[in-house]
Design a protein around this ligand. Structure first.
Ligand code: XMP
Length: 527
């Protein structure tokens, strides 16, 4: 069972590099985890890795606080591959030299490789790679040979096949390195003798076995939010332990139109998971009355959520375990990096949940080593519907933060109806783009789109009568990660149809405006 868990450990010398490398390895169906670069060799040995990869990083190996590596990792008898900073640290640690260069190399570069080098097998003698460095290896360690060069870089790659140590100054993990994928395949499959066994079907099977083992005959509870992560955990844990799982769906009344019904339909009707649907709409309406400050709304919604949830847990009785949808980026960003250990990370997550006095649950976090798109793939493999698995990002406090000012039942009703129209029209627009381009995320498809209700009214005229009603703001952005975004250049007829439908179909609205601000300087949400 554990065989598909052949492990490649990525030693990370600078956050974004490690994640990208682990992603590429996993894309080739080999499991990979990231650890901080200074993890001691005995801790790495205890993970029983099949290979190590040293990532790139922004530092210079000679800088005062340059990240270093435990030299003993090269004595573990495990193949090691280093990229960029990882290449230079391998060189200096094993007795080679790195020199400061006058000119760096940034961007595409042409390497000429030696015939017969293992890492670059089945790639052209001359090829384009992606470089990003100033310092460069000037002398390789004893036992190593130079396997490629560029005009500016005398050691673009090196290897010591006897010890199975390989490294490149360039970045094979970056798509611009034409044959990067082939090089990774050469390393994983030819050099390390691994097999591409980390597939969704195997993962589901393994996770199910792990969860069964961890849970035994105990009862498990899970807070279902309608979001991707909690839905996938619910489907996975249910597959493992069936009715020992109870899902509690706290309906705070601020989900989008149709979402509570979808949660019921999928989990109660399709999966037949024991589901408690807590109608807390009125409780939340009272709680938010008169509150206008967004942070205060968030705080009240969050605190109340756990109160309602633990009340329900108490009613079920005898529940010892809590499943939740923590994912790998949460772990990487919240402490594993700093503490170097998984145990301490889980503890910090534990602390995030405000367990009531005297209450304790053991946590099950079956997604804690998956990236977001792997979670989606897992959801598909488990049979969850696309509209749940590919749900757009949605704030935990829901529509409460898309209503500026006080949240009232009347405003929620307006926003839900207007938002449903925006989604319907832009879902259809994305679908038309897909049909025309064959690409799901083509250049102009919208990534996230919704309606916002500001706290103002303005004059309008409907029929012969003047109105004094609310505007609705339409927000639609192109983005890939929400860090930056641009407003979607929607065709006028699409914006026009959204506008005329909203004013015709949603009582209380007499005006529709389109937000044309990128992020930065704006944010995607209005709060
Ligand atoms: P901003 O508004 O900062 O949002 O540009 C960036 C992305 O984060 C989403 N967002 C949230 N997601 N819980 C979430 O899971 C939240 O509380 C939350 N607040 C904002 C937002 O929709 C956008 O995609």
């Amino acid at each position: 069972m554990q065989e598909s868990k052949q492990l490649v450990v990525v030693l990370d010398f600078g956050a974004q590099y490690g994640q990208l490398i682990a992603r590429r390895v996993r894309d080739l169906h080999v499991y990979s985890e990231i650890v901080p670069c200074d993890t001691p060799a005995d801790e790495i040995a205890a993970m029983d890795p099949s290979a190590l990869i040293l990532s790139g990083g922004p530092a210079s190996v000679y800088a005062e606080d340059a990240p270093s590596v435990d030299p003993a990792i090269f004595e573990l008898g495990v193949p090691v591959l280093g990229f960029c900073y990882g290449h230079q640290i391998m060189a200096v640690t094993l007795g080679g030299e790195v020199a400061h260069s006058e000119v760096g190399e940034y961007g595409p570069a042409t390497i000429v490789r030696e015939p017969g080098c293992e890492l670059m097998d089945k790639t052209p003698i001359e090829q384009t790679v992606w470089m990003s460095h100033r310092d460069a290896v000037s002398r390789v360690p004893e036992g190593f040979v130079v396997t490629s060069r560029t005009d500016a870089c005398p050691v673009a790659s090196m290897e010591c096949p006897e010890r199975r140590l390989y490294s490149t100054q360039f970045h094979p993990e970056v798509r611009h390195t034409e044959n990067g994928r082939q090089m990774l395949e050469n390393f994983l499959f030819n050099i390390c003798g691994l097999e591409p066994r980390w597939t969704m079907d195997n993962i589901v099977e393994e996770k199910v076995a792990e969860i069964r083992e961890q849970v035994g005959d105990k009862k498990v509870i899970l807070a279902l939010s309608g979001g991707v992560d909690s839905s996938v955990v619910a489907a996975l844990v249910h597959r493992a332990i069936g009715d020992q799982l109870t899902c509690v769906f706290v309906n705070h009344g601020m989900l989008r139109k149709g979402e509570p019904e979808m949660v019921e339909e999928v989990f109660r009707d399709q999966f037949q998971v024991p589901l408690v649907h807590v109608h807390a709409e009125e409780r939340y309406a009272k709680l938010l009355a008169g509150v206008t400050e967004p942070e205060e709304k968030r705080r009240r919604i969050g605190t109340e959520f756990w109160k309602v949830f633990f009340d329900e847990a108490q009613k079920i009785g005898g529940v010892k375990m809590l499943a939740q949808g923590t994912i790998y980026p949460d772990i990487i960003e919240s402490g594993a990096r700093k503490t170097g250990g998984k145990a301490s990370t889980i503890k910090s997550h534990h602390n995030l949940i405000p367990f009531p006095e005297g209450v304790h649950f053991d946590l099950i976090e079956p997604l804690d080593h998956f990236f977001k798109d792997e979670v989606r793939e897992l959801g598909v493999a488990l049979g969850l519907p696309d509209k749940m698995v590919y749900r757009q990002p949605f704030p935990g406090p829901g529509l409460a933060i898309r209503i500026i000012g006080e949240v009232t039942t009347e405003k929620l009703e307006i926003l839900k109806n207007a938002d449903a129209i925006v989604r319907e029209e832009l879902d259809a627009y994305n679908e038309r783009l897909f049909e025309a381009t064959g690409e799901r995320n083509s250049e102009h498809s919208c990534w996230q789109y919704f309606a916002v209700l500001p706290d103002i009214k303005s004059v309008g005229v409907m029929g012969d009568e003047r109105t004094y009603a609310r505007p609705v703001i339409v927000r639609a952005v192109e983005s890939s990660d929400a860090m930056t975004a641009d407003w979607a250049k929607l065709p006028y007829d699409v914006i026009g149809r959204i506008s005329s439908r909203i004013v015709a179909e949603v009582p209380g609205v007499n005006r529709v405006v389109y937000d044309v601000t990128p992020k930065p300087p704006a944010t995607i949400e209005w709060e």
